[in-house]
Design a protein around this ligand. Structure first.
Ligand SMILES: NC(=O)c1ccc[n+]([C@@H]2O[C@H](COP(=O)([O-])OP(=O)(O)OC[C@H]3O[C@@H](n4cnc5c(N)ncnc54)[C@H](OP(=O)(O)O)[C@@H]3O)[C@@H](O)[C@H]2O)c1
Length: 279
């Protein structure tokens, strides 16, 4: 199959990593079905060569059904689903309204399941690939990002089960675990932090949550990878016959390797020390 014969569907293509993937793949001749929620984003994406934008809101089954019906009527088939769309909910778990946890999982896991299930018959036909945009938060649970980390850990479990279920059917499931990436997720984080801090007034967690939140946002905005780097990796994976099950992409891979092998208690001590200083 030549490169230009590939058809991919990307969720959350309006900004950040999804947008970078849509642009880079399309510029290299891949045919991209790009999911977005807002008409304005759909219009902008449709102006790019090799991109067909489709309204997809992972919380709305009808938008998913319509998009998949459309792809079926095009008779192009589908080679790759890139499950990219995601949101972040954060804050101390002991102050977290259950609704935030529902919202978090509604998009990052339940929504992802909705679209994966809907797309599966096309991928079965093409013996295609499902690429999951997970996160370093899918194996390293940082404090005050409990909802987000829980959803990404859940995604990792979901993906491992799915990969093994599909082994004999020729559909590959690949997880990408980016570290920080400089996208609008951090601007959205700033807005969410403001709301959170209002809610946390007088809470025992107020001070630490503020410092941790501000630190994470600052780091994401100043040290995050360019989303194009993730897009290049996605492009590579699309074209590899036997991809790895997981790809960690971060500038400080050694730190993550250490995190993976160090005993929990050692990492906990580090957090404890930092938080005592703030308290
Ligand atoms: N940035 C990072 O540091 C980082 C690191 C590791 C992993 N990730 C993961 O990378 C993925 C993309 O994040 P990003 O950093 O590129 O953030 P982003 O710029 O905020 O992009 C998120 C995308 O998801 C879409 N989305 C949100 N809710 C949706 C819903 N209900 N249905 C469909 N689409 C929805 C957004 O659409 P709207 O524009 O309509 O809201 C947007 O297109 C996420 O899964 C995130 O967890 C990010």
């Amino acid at each position: 199959m030549t490169i230009s014969n590939y058809y991919v569907l990307i969720t959350g293509a309006s900004s950040g990593i999804g947008r970078a993937c849509a642009e880079l793949l399309a510029s290299r001749g891949v045919k991209v079905y790009a999911g977005a929620r807002k008409q304005d984003d759909i219009n902008k994406l449709n102006k790019i060569e090799n991109i067909i934008a489709l309204e997809i809101d992972l919380t709305k089954q009808d938008t998913i059904d319509n998009a998949i019906d459309y792809i079926k009527t095009q008779k192009t088939g589908l080679d790759v689903l890139i499950n990219n769309a995601g949101i972040t909910r954060a804050g101390p778990l002991m102050e977290l309204p259950i609704e935030d946890l529902y919202e978090q999982f509604e998009v990052n896991l339940f929504g992802l399941h909705r679209i994966t299930k809907a797309v599966f018959p096309l991928l079965l036909e093409s013996k295609g690939k499902i690429i999951m945009i997970s996160s370093d938060s899918g194996f390293f649970a940082t404090p005050f990002f409990g909802p987000y980390c829980s959803s990404k850990f859940a995604l990792e479990g979901y993906s491992d089960s799915l990969r093994r279920e599909l082994l004999i059917f020729g559909v590959k499931v690949v997880i990408i675990e980016p570290g920080r990436v400089n996208t609008s997720i951090w601007q959205k984080g700033e807005e969410l932090l403001k709301i959170l801090l209002e809610r946390l007034k007088g809470s025992i967690f107020e001070k630490i949550a503020k410092e941790v939140g501000e630190y994470a946002i600052e780091k994401g905005k100043t040290e995050g990878l360019n989303p194009r780097e993730i897009a290049k990796l996605v492009y590579k994976i699309i074209h590899i016959k036997e991809p790895k099950t997981r790809y960690l992409i971060a500038p400080d891979k050694l730190r993550y390797r250490l995190i993976k092998i160090l005993p929990d208690k050692i990492i906990d001590k580090k957090f404890e020390k930092e938080f005592k200083k703030i308290k």
